[in-house]
Design a protein. Structure first.
Length: 67
């Protein structure tokens, strides 16, 4: 009973083939990055936050075991 089929990364021109359903009249299309570099730049804040959390938990784990 799957409702989602993974197609992969598709080109913006082909997206109409896969979109189905009715959108609200107030709907606004999301601005997508033009290339991989812009996508990496947009994901940088999330990457830094995740890395900081991993380093902090590793540091705390090391110090909690030695107390």
């Amino acid at each position: 009973m799957r409702n989602i089929n993974w197609i992969g990364i598709i080109d913006e021109k082909e997206i109409e083939k896969y979109q189905k359903g009715n959108l609200d009249s107030n709907a606004v299309k999301m601005k997508m990055p033009k290339n991989m570099n812009q996508m990496m730049i947009k994901s940088m804040p999330f990457t830094i936050l995740a890395f900081a959390i991993m380093m902090l938990t590793g540091h705390l784990k090391e110090h909690i075991y030695y107390i």
